[in-house]
Write a protein that binds this ligand. Structure first.
Ligand SMILES: Nc1ncnc2c1ncn2[C@@H]1O[C@H](COP(=O)(O)OP(=O)(O)OP(=O)(O)O)[C@@H](O)[C@H]1O
Ligand SMILES: [Mg+2]
Length: 349
């Protein structure tokens, strides 16, 4: 491989080359990944097809071709497959003087929420918040057990049944708190990983959702049957996926569509490791979307937008994914929210 090609092929920036009629002449693997297409499918076709909901952008491309003036468009929304990604886009006309022969298009994904979950600091920060929470939960557990036991002893000594109502309140509330603490402590022990087909996980989640989701929720699924086996604890993966899917059901509030999708993706960076291949389990819903003010914090424990929520579901799911060297990320606009559970495929699995 010549060195220029080696550079282009390994850039993390998506690069496309267009002719002046906006036909795609070349694209690098990062562009295939970002736009969710294979170069073979789109070479020679018009770039407008790649940017279907971005008519203004196509017009700007045409202007750049005509005027030979480069331009940069910040935070442009691109509709890709079932999700929307935010990109900064630079277009450089290439040619002699005003004679433009080609356009070089660079797309850099700037979606903030993706960066926050993916970057090392974000991962470390949410891990330390979880450690703090677990420590606190652990400290509360023992005295709580003592309180509950004492209330039961007291109840036995009480002659007046009317007074037992009070001790029962203590026992009942202690049990409620105990449940919360158990969830805050999270799963105990190490995951027991084995080589599994990821669809074992999605099918179980689909079956559980079919049983529990209200009738107004339309469930559908779309699996990539060629996904290689992954090394994972199926029970933990089911729990993580279910936590995410239940949120979608709750967000739909009795009415809407929930779609489960599986895909593989090449070259995906988590923390500082660039994985050659990852599997994505995507949970898509057409509900109202994640509240703007929660977006940067949804993976933190105790952050909730629901009156009866504890705000633990996503933080637990995220930490289960960390135990698998994976992560959860999401994109959300009203009418289209996708949470993706991403799991690296190890070479030997
Ligand atoms: N698909 C979604 N659409 C809209 N908002 C969502 C979606 N998923 C999560 N959220 C928001 O993120 C918040 C945090 O979710 P999380 O699962 O951590 O906690 P919770 O669902 O509120 O409580 P718990 O899961 O502990 O019962 C939710 O309260 C909701 O506001
Ligand atoms: Mg939840």
């Amino acid at each position: 491989m010549d060195s220029t090609k080696a550079i282009i092929d390994n850039l993390t920036t998506a690069v496309l080359l267009l002719d002046t009629d906006l036909r795609v002449l070349a694209m690098n693997p990062a562009a295939e990944e970002l736009l969710d297409v294979s170069a073979n499918q789109v070479l020679g076709t018009n770039a407008e097809r790649l940017f279907p909901e971005t008519a203004l952008f196509a017009a700007a491309l045409a202007r750049a071709a005509a005027s030979a003036a480069p331009f940069t468009e910040r935070e442009m929304r691109l509709a890709v497959a079932s999700q929307t990604v935010l990109v900064d886009c630079s277009v450089t006309p290439i040619g002699e003087g005003r004679e433009v022969a080609r356009l070089l298009v660079e797309l850099v994904q700037v979606d903030r929420y993706r960066r926050i979950t993916r970057d090392e600091q974000g991962v470390a920060r949410s891990a330390s918040v979880r450690a703090l929470m677990r420590g606190l939960a652990h400290e509360i557990r023992n005295p709580l057990g003592g309180l509950r036991g004492a209330a039961q002893l007291l109840e036995r000594e009480l002659a007046d049944d009317a007074l037992k109502e009070y001790t029962q309140v203590i026992v009942h509330e202690a049990d409620r708190l105990q449940n919360l603490l158990d969830r805050m402590l999270g799963p105990r022990g190490l995951p027991s990983k084995r080589s599994i087909n990821i669809h074992e996980v999605t099918e179980r989640v689909h079956a559980l959702l079919s049983a529990e989701a209200p009738a107004g929720i339309r469930l559908s699924r779309d699996y990539d049957p060629s996904i290689p086996p992954v090394h994972a604890d199926p029970e933990l993966m089911i729990q993580a996926t279910l936590n995410v899917a239940r949120n979608a059901v709750q967000a739909l509030d009795g009415n809407g569509a929930l779609h489960l999708r599986t895909r593989v993706q090449r070259r995906f960076t988590i923390g500082q490791i660039c994985h050659r291949l990852v599997v994505r389990i995507e949970v898509h819903d057409d509900g109202p979307g994640v509240l703007e003010e929660l977006r940067e914090h949804v993976f933190f424990p105790l952050i909730t937008g629901r009156s009866d929520g504890t705000g633990l579901g996503l933080s637990i799911a995220q930490s289960l994914m960390h135990q698998h060297d994976g992560l959860i990320e999401f994109t959300s606009v009203p009418g289209a929210t996708t949470f993706s559970l991403i799991l690296p495929v190890e070479d030997d699995s």
